[in-house]
Design a protein around this ligand. Structure first.
Ligand code: SF4
Length: 397
């Protein structure tokens, strides 16, 4: 009969992090050490608690796990987070991390501290984006790759480390909410996003309730009901225009899923109610989408949908084609929507000085061509003369 551990096993030097892995992935890793299935499940649960509830970075903390298993784990794995390339703190307390997930693949996450009660971490689901929303700086960066579930969860670990918020469940934590509004379109990476949400919301681990997790989409209509069924997360829609012709221009995925398609999908989102409203993000662009007539059309469009509308003063970035609406225009717009019964807060710009505000995120990672990667592997000079912060995806010669 197999014992729990093969102590003669001599694995290679620790090479892979366990931090941020789902319970199932942790169990698989432990089984790969020849621990039989039943104890492997129990050990995975213990590990999950140390990693995601206590934020442990040392196997030696894990006093309820046998010394032998701890020794084996530490020979095989480490508990490091991905490297932080840059960490900036805004004058308003907003914090931004540029995280190196692998050489040349860097993405950003932003912690927005509480204004009244709760603070939120804005996480990225992809590096770059394919959708090219015209007001968004990330949209000017081509997709490099999807982030794994572990990489998405690691953004929470990094923020909790910086905020010194371990263990996770102590009351009154600054980081209480997660919003998938960083780089990328989450519904184009739904498997990893759903797995990450399972890990974040696990009551024995990070304990961030599913209702405190919001996923924002530019409008991938055919995945919206699936998102609700698989994750139970709150839904946000990056709307920004109330007519198809304008939305085709500002949010080009509208050409594939027009407003009618989009609203059919929103109405099919599970469990919508006044306590579980859809958040609509509406960036205020001067002379483009900010008229009183558009506010009234927005109210018509929202009919029957429990909704809250976040009005976002446009945050400029270098060479952006738009200007922010005047304050009076934004207030008038908000007033029309509010009088129709929809909460319509005007979002205070946060972190503008460190380019951490909505729509401002962008890293320098780029996806390289196969030819470029082959040249670099052979030690030849780059065709484009670029050497840093570039995609370094595995490839074969
Ligand atoms: S708003 Fe979101 S979906 Fe649109 S380009 Fe930016 S990151 Fe991509």
């Amino acid at each position: 009969m197999k014992t729990e551990l093969d102590l003669n096993r001599r694995p290679a030097a620790a090479s892979r992090s366990l931090a941020g892995l789902s319970l199932t992935a942790l169990e698989d890793e432990i089984k790969s050490l020849d621990v039989p299935a039943k104890p492997a499940r129990m050990r995975a649960k213990q590990l999950r608690r140390w990693l995601h509830h206590f934020g442990s970075t040392e196997f030696s903390d894990m006093t309820d796990i046998s010394k032998e298993l701890r020794a084996l784990l530490s020979q095989t794995y480490h508990l490091n987070r991905p490297e932080i390339s840059e960490h900036k703190v805004s004058v308003d307390g907003t914090q931004k991390w540029l995280i190196r997930f692998q050489p040349g693949v860097e993405g950003e996450s932003v912690f927005i501290p509480a204004v009244s009660k709760t603070g939120a971490l804005c996480v990225s689901s992809q590096v770059g984006c394919t959708l090219n929303c015209k007001f968004c700086h990330t949209g000017t960066q081509k997709l490099v790759r999807n982030l794994t579930a572990q990489e998405i969860v690691s953004q929470v670990l990094i923020a909790r480390d910086a905020l010194d918020e371990w263990p996770a469940t102590v009351h009154g934590r600054a980081l209480s909410n997660i919003v998938f509004m960083g780089m990328g379109e989450p519904l184009y990476n739904l498997d990893n996003v759903a797995e990450a949400i399972d890990t974040m919301s696990d009551g024995e681990g990070m304990s961030i309730g599913r209702r405190r997790i919001t996923v924002s989409t530019a409008g991938v209509a055919d995945k919206i009901p699936e998102l609700g069924a698989r994750t139970g997360a709150m839904l946000a829609i990056s709307l920004h225009a109330v007519r198809d012709d304008l939305r085709n221009e500002i949010v080009p995925i509208n050409k594939k899923y027009d407003l009618q398609n989009l609203f059919e999908a929103i109405r099919a989102y599970p469990d919508l109610s006044n306590a579980r409203r859809v958040t609509f993000e509406y960036v205020m662009l001067k002379g483009v989408n900010d008229s009183a007539a558009e506010a009234r059309d927005l109210v018509k469009l929202l009919k029957g949908v429990p909704a809250k509308i976040n009005l976002i003063p446009f945050n400029p970035w270098p060479d952006s084609p738009y200007e922010c609406s005047d304050w009076g225009t934004i207030e008038k717009f908000a007033d029309i929507v509010k009088r129709a019964g929809y909460p319509s807060p005007i979002r205070t710009p946060r972190g503008r000085d460190i380019f951490a505000a909505c729509g401002q995120l962008r890293s320098e990672s780029i996806r390289k061509s196969a030819a470029e990667r082959r040249r670099e592997a052979l030690g030849a000079p780059s065709l484009k003369g670029k050497t840093s912060r570039q995609s370094d995806k595995p490839f074969s010669l």
